[in-house]
Design a protein around this ligand. Structure first.
Ligand SMILES: [Zn+2]
Length: 664
């Protein structure tokens, strides 16, 4: 690939990522990767000014603006800061400053990972809040920003004043949202920044209020108008007006102090209630800014130092393909084992063809791998400077690696599928799923045994599992098993028939139906008979599951073969209805969402949650339009008020008990 081609590829990748990030709220790469692509492109543009494309993303500071919110032109351009990653770049920064001015110091601030906001106050009142947009034109998000608790709607300052800061979602709000998302049938947020930007684009401001965003203010626009002449003074002034200012800022005298502060911030990073992705360093004295100057895109008097993610570089030895139980094909990177975040990693997911193409990952490349916490290791990017000649671009396989059938792909989906229901890998994986801990939990019947029994021809379907006992004489002669282990296997297969229906329902492996959803669906449709009778509308009305799941369940229970299969399972002694569903059916609580507030007489907090959930209802913490009832006890507070404002039904504990009695 020549330089021009490389630059075009970078532009394509960055633009695709920008679109996904700014227009679809669904990032396709980490910020760190984006920064790396961007800095490589900038470097190439600097070295090859004749090759710079007029369409290069380096010409604009963000993505395009969305159309939902009214556009607003910023009075002062919202500039980005130059991102730096190394100590050398921090030295360069200081040298640049040193060249222009004699005496200076710096202010360091945490770089909050959220989205920038511009606030305008006139006659003491907040009149406009806007996003950064492309730096020149943003979106009017005033009505949503008003819902952020620590944004003052009125300040005690008469002059017109403009401020900038970062809207973020506190980790505590994020966790609460994701916990409730499952119950409400919404999808979870992937990370805090996504959560903040997704929330601020909501059309319904009440949703914004419920999700509890927060903001830190760090910039005073045109500070000279307010007789403020340094960043340190600006932060103090902003705070005195009643805004939240992040308390970790420091005044620093030299590069050594900058390095020391970066180490300090890194050490507290994980304990904060918000995400930070780096450190902002600005020259403190505003009077020096004109002297130090600007590039077309950046001020030269400030930089953003970005933290590194936990990653390592290793050799990509091969790309293999896994066939899941639903037939989805997942490419897997087989890498030279490498130690990251406390574990040895030898495989990493490559998600799908688009992912590999976007990153131009090739067998034989050196790649950087990222892993954090529980997350499956992922490839961040290819180390192109280490690429040797002759590596072939990735090509997706056309046939299933297990059964050879031609793979299918829907136009709007990224995944390829093996649609052969007799595909050995699909069957083995669905048998493993059926036996797994969250499904029927057949303890002695693990993946190795299943694979071996499948290959020997003893099990081809789930039903065969329950006929294994008829082949006991043959099985005990298998090398490596013996009478005791075969007895154990056959016993645990028999025991699994005693499990409740939710385990079996999940074990069937119906597309999109997870363990948690299985339980929720059965609370409303507590037997296979109910599920077969349920119309698509009935299932869609179940607010605890989404339309995709409803459709999938409906399709499954309207397929003749599946019905024969279920009847056969029942004949073999497996459950067809929940064991205790009689009491559930008559309750008024089913599928309703409750908020409980105040002190109750008959229940502790845990007891009422349990009581409601046993009857098929949900309990959430905050009142929204989706809430059906607020049950209140003594000393109920703001939740009751909020319910009344939103016209949500409120019932006393006594009334609640009466309703329960009438219904049960
Ligand atoms: Zn196949």
């Amino acid at each position: 690939m020549d330089i021009k081609e490389r630059m075009d590829l970078l532009i394509e990748q960055i633009n695709k990522a920008n679109k996904a990030y700014y227009e679809e709220d669904s990032p396709v790469m980490s910020d760190f990767e984006w920064d790396l692509l961007m800095s490589e492109l900038k470097e190439l543009e600097k070295e090859n000014p004749d090759l710079v494309s007029p369409l290069s993303p380096t010409k604009v500071t963000g993505g395009k603006t969305k159309n939902i919110f009214k556009k607003v032109k910023h009075t002062q351009k919202m500039m980005s800061l130059q991102d730096v990653f190394t100590k050398e770049e921090i030295y360069d920064f200081e040298n640049r400053v040193k060249k222009s001015v004699l005496k200076y110091n710096f202010v360091s601030e945490l770089k909050i990972d959220g989205l920038s906001v511009n606030l305008l106050y006139k006659n003491k009142k907040l009149v406009l809040a806007s996003t950064r947009g492309d730096g020149t034109v943003g979106e009017d998000i005033t009505s949503n920003v008003r819902m952020i608790e620590n944004v003052p709607l009125e300040i005690d300052y008469q002059d017109e004043i403009e401020l900038r800061g970062e809207i973020y979602m506190p980790r505590s709000s994020f966790d609460a949202y994701n916990d409730n998302a499952i119950l409400n049938g919404d999808s979870k947020f992937k990370n805090l920044r996504n959560a903040a930007s997704g929330t601020i684009r909501q059309l319904d401001s009440n949703i914004v209020k419920a999700r509890k965003l927060s903001v830190f203010i760090y910039t005073l626009v045109e500070p000279e108008k307010h007789n403020v002449f340094s960043q340190e003074k600006a932060l103090k002034f902003i705070e005195s007006l009643g805004f939240s200012v992040n308390k970790y800022y420091r005044v620093l005298n030299n590069v050594d102090e900058i390095f020391e502060t970066i180490d300090y911030y890194s050490s507290i990073k994980k304990s904060l209630d918000y995400d930070i992705d780096g450190v902002v360093i600005k020259v403190n004295d505003f009077n020096l800014y004109e002297e130090i100057g600007y590039t077309i895109k950046y001020p030269k008097w400030a930089i953003a130092y970005k933290f590194k993610a936990e990653e390592a570089i290793t050799l990509l030895k091969n790309i293999t393909f896994q066939v899941g139980r639903t037939g989805v094909i997942t490419p897997v990177a087989e890498v030279e084992p490498v130690f990251i975040s406390g574990t040895t990693v030898s495989r990493a997911t490559l998600h799908n063809e688009d992912f590999i193409r976007l990153k131009d990952i090739r067998i034989g490349d050196y790649v950087s791998i990222h892993k954090s916490g529980e997350i499956i290791p992922e490839i961040l990017q290819v180390k192109l400077d280490k690429r040797v000649e002759g590596l072939k671009p990735f090509e997706m396989i056309t046939n299933c690696p297990a059964c050879g059938s031609i793979l299918k792909k829907d136009l709007d989906e990224a995944d390829y599928y093996c649609v052969n229901t007799n595909c050995p890998d699909r069957i083995i994986n669905s048998l493993i799923h059926f036996s797994s801990r969250q499904a029927l939990d057949i303890k002695t019947f693990g993946s190795k045994v299943i694979e071996e029994f499948y290959n020997l021809g003893y099990i081809k379907t789930i039903l065969d599992i329950f006929h294994l006992k008829e082949k006991k004489i043959e099985l005990v002669q298998l090398p490596g098993y013996g009478i005791d282990s075969i007895n154990n296997i056959l016993n645990s297969i028999e025991e699994c028939k005693e499990k409740d229906l939710d385990k079996l329902f999940f074990g069937l492996g119906i597309r999109h139906v997870g363990a948690k959803n299985s339980k929720l669906i059965l609370k409303r449709f507590p037997s296979f008979e109910h599920l077969m009778k349920a119309s698509l509308d009935d299932l869609t009305n179940l607010r605890s599951v989404g339309i995709q799941i409803a459709q999938s369940v409906y399709d499954y229970f309207h397929d003749e073969n599946n019905i024969l299969f279920i009847n056969e399972l029942s004949r073999l002694g497996l459950p067809t209805s929940l064991t205790n569903f009689e009491s559930i059916e008559s309750s008024f609580i089913i599928d309703k969402t409750f908020v409980v507030t105040g002190t109750l007489n008959n229940f502790s907090r845990d007891e009422i949650v349990d009581f409601i959930e046993k009857r098929g209802g949900h309990v959430v913490n905050s009142v929204s339009k989706k809430t059906d009832y607020v049950v209140f006890g003594e000393n109920a507070g703001s939740k009751l008020e909020k319910a009344e404002n939103l016209s949500v039904k409120t019932i006393s504990e006594e009334k609640f008990m009466t309703l329960v009695d009438e219904n049960e």
